[in-house]
Design a protein around this ligand. Structure first.
Ligand code: SAM
Length: 627
């Protein structure tokens, strides 16, 4: 903090008219602040707090001193004092973002959710609700999956849902809790009643937006939709076009994972027949496009109908176009590759919406934040990145946006998946990614070398994952780093139970209708069945997700000894696991003081044995060539 900051906040005027004295006091405050901050960083909280209090006696309106004191009080468990200090910082400087952020998180931890969400909104407003600020709001909402957030909660969720620059499925549980609180929605019985309740619920903008934008992972919501759909198709009820469109939007987001209704869809000739047909399945893209064009004026007043037609028409047509133009770098006649390609051509995964914003960083800074004690050789300012098995591109686009100056090559077997990613890149205006077809079994030498290679969720779908891993290492620059994500045997016991129930040998021949039926069978299992846990996964609620999660044509599961063996055989150095929750590494460090970097795979195997779900989100780790 410089003297300009103090002057701007009236410190100088407060100090008095004598210029020399003024300068002296100001310099003294600055020196004390620096001293206290250094003490705080070193963990001497009591000494730091004493200095902040001294400073605040001289100048009450010094926001950073209040804020830093709040952090200490929070750490010391002095909740009331901490909240007061956060608020004092804000009173001293209403535009002080750190204090708003600190207050919002603190209130959230204390389960004062309504106040927390109001603080989160204030924070986002300071940045004019720009995408990174909204993403931060979405992350805050994720931490409050219980309780009634009131009107501010609706406003916060709606702001996030209304942009494609935010990953809103982060707060899906919060949103489901909000939908479940909607009057009457729990007590659904018959089809007509379900339709009535949903129609009422759609009057709430946040619920309508949720149905249009996110896959809602709830078996009950699936039942309401099925019942409401039957009622409409039986001619028992005549809801508005917009209500039908919202039901169809949610059905389409789940890729019609629910068992289909009886009867046949109508021939589509106009908006009404298109909407009814969309309750059965997707409309032909050319026809959706035509209706969109013809009904332009009418659709001005029907935003949900318009969105449905845009998704089924022009967006799909653009993907088809892009699919035809993508380069092919390599192919193979590997039987597993062919089976896997067929699966993803029919069921590209994941069909994501909303890309995470914020957190831009350089590659060295990212590595430093992930592995603070590790030295890395110099990496270029404009790193070349390879995303191997990029699927529909979410990961590739996130990396392209996050790592400044990066040039990303994203490869996959499935052209349909790649086209989805290419369309999203266009829509989001991300131009530092190139998508191309390639088989990891046979990477061409001309692919070049990369400073960062990411292979997340792909190697375990190959016949020989270790060989493919080696193939990727051959494309790493000498100083390059690699991120890998692999399935854990231990964490996927419920998935293994489903596969055992269905029979591994059937995986290759399952049709989409088989998958729909199997989904219903799994939902009907008793709660204590070993396979039932899979119904808690978001992926269970879309057809491609369900197929990828449960019925993959080829999946292998790893354990830590196998990873350790591969790391050794491939001449790699294990850099560490990456977790979304920092408390996992903290807990590990507290237990294994001799391994603060968390590199001992034997230790991790023991931790996993105690916490079998630890790697549910896959073993995600980083490695590089051994020196
Ligand atoms: C589960 S998806 C993961 C997509 C993406 N990495 C993500 O995390 O969202 C697996 C992807 O790996 C691709 N894949 C599987 N085997 C491959 C191979 N031999 N070569 C290239 N891609 C492959 C599939 O086509 C599929 O898109």
């Amino acid at each position: 903090m410089g003297s300009k900051w103090l002057a701007a906040r009236g410190v100088i005027a407060y100090i008095g008219p004598d210029f020399q004295e003024e300068r002296r006091v100001q310099a003294d405050i600055e020196r004390k602040l620096a001293e206290a901050t250094a003490l705080q960083r070193r963990g001497d909280l009591a000494a730091a707090a004493a200095i902040y209090r001294q400073i605040l006696k001289i100048e009450r309106r010094l926001a950073p001193a209040h804020y830093n004191l709040a952090l200490i009080q929070k750490e010391e468990g002095k909740a009331l004092a901490a909240e007061k200090s956060f608020r004092a910082a804000i009173a001293a400087d209403p535009a002080y973002k750190l204090a708003w952020r600190g207050l919002a998180r603190f209130l959230c931890e204390k389960e004062k959710f309504r106040e927390a969400v109001r603080a989160g909104l204030k924070l986002a407003a300071l940045d004019d609700f720009a995408p990174p600020a909204l993403q931060e709001l979405a992350d805050l909402l994720e931490r409050m999956p219980v309780g009634d957030l009131g009107p501010a909660g609706d406003e916060a969720m709606l702001r996030c849902l209304n942009t494609d620059e935010v990953e809103s499925d982060r707060f899906i549980l919060t949103l489901l809790a909000r939908i479940n609180r909607q009057a009457g929605i729990r007590k659904m019985a018959s089809g007509a009643e379900a339709l009535g309740v949903l129609t009422g619920a759609f009057n709430e903008p946040v619920i309508a937006a949720a149905f249009s934008k996110l896959i809602l992972p709830s078996a009950e919501i699936g039942e309401w939709i099925s019942a409401a759909r039957s009622s409409i198709l039986a001619g028992d009820a005549f809801p508005s076009f917009e209500v039908i469109a919202l039901l169809a939007l949610q059905l389409a987001l789940g890729e019609y994972a629910l068992e289909p209704p009886n009867g046949e869809p109508p021939v589509v000739t106009d908006l009404e027949s298109a909407l009814i047909a969309a309750l059965y399945g997707r409309i032909e893209p050319e026809i959706a496009d035509e209706i969109l064009e013809k009904g332009e004026d009418l659709l001005e007043a029907l935003p949900w109908c318009r969105l449905l037609l845009i998704r089924m028409g022009p967006q799909q047509l653009r993907e088809w176009q892009l699919r035809g133009t993508l380069p092919c770098l390599s192919s193979s006649d590997d039987a597993v590759s062919n089976a896997v390609r067929e699966q993803y051509e029919e069921s590209p995964y994941p069909r994501w919406r909303g890309l995470r914003s914020g957190g831009e960083t350089t590659l060295p800074a990212l590595l430093k934040s992930l592995f603070p004690g590790t030295a890395f050789a110099a990496l270029p300012d404009r790193p070349k990145v390879l995303i191997a098995g990029c699927g529909t591109g979410r990961h590739a686009l996130r990396t392209a946006r996050r790592i400044t100056g990066s040039k990303v090559t994203a490869i996959d077997l499935s052209r349909t998946s790649l086209a989805y990613g290419a369309r999203q890149a266009e829509a989001l205006g991300i131009d530092n990614v190139s998508f191309a077809e390639a088989d990891l079994v046979a990477l061409p030498g001309t692919l070049g070398r990369f400073d960062l290679i990411e292979a997340c969720g792909v190697l375990h779908h190959m016949a020989d994952p270790e060989a493919a891993w080696q193939g990727l290492i051959d494309h790493l620059t000498p100083a390059g780093v690699m991120k890998v994500a692999l399935y854990s045997e231990e964490a996927r016991q419920d998935v293994a139970a489903v596969r055992a129930m269905v029979g591994e040998e059937r995986m290759e021949t399952l049709t989409l209708d088989d998958i729909r039926r199997l989904r219903s069978d799994i939902l009907a299992l008793p709660d204590d069945h070993p396979a039932k846990g899979v119904t808690k996964e978001l992926d269970f609620y879309s057809l491609s997700g369900c197929r990828d999660l449960l019925f993959h044509r080829h999946e292998q599961r790893f354990d830590i000894p196998r990873i350790k063996a591969a790391i050794e055989t491939l001449g790699l150095e294990f850099l560490g696991f990456e977790f979304t929750e920092s408390r996992v590494k903290k807990a590990y460090r507290a237990r294994h003081k001799d391994d603060p970097a968390g590199r001992n795979l034997g230790n991790w195997a023991a931790v996993e044995a105690e916490h079998p779900a630890l790697f549910r989100g896959m073993y995600q780790f980083w490695c590089r060539r051994r020196k």
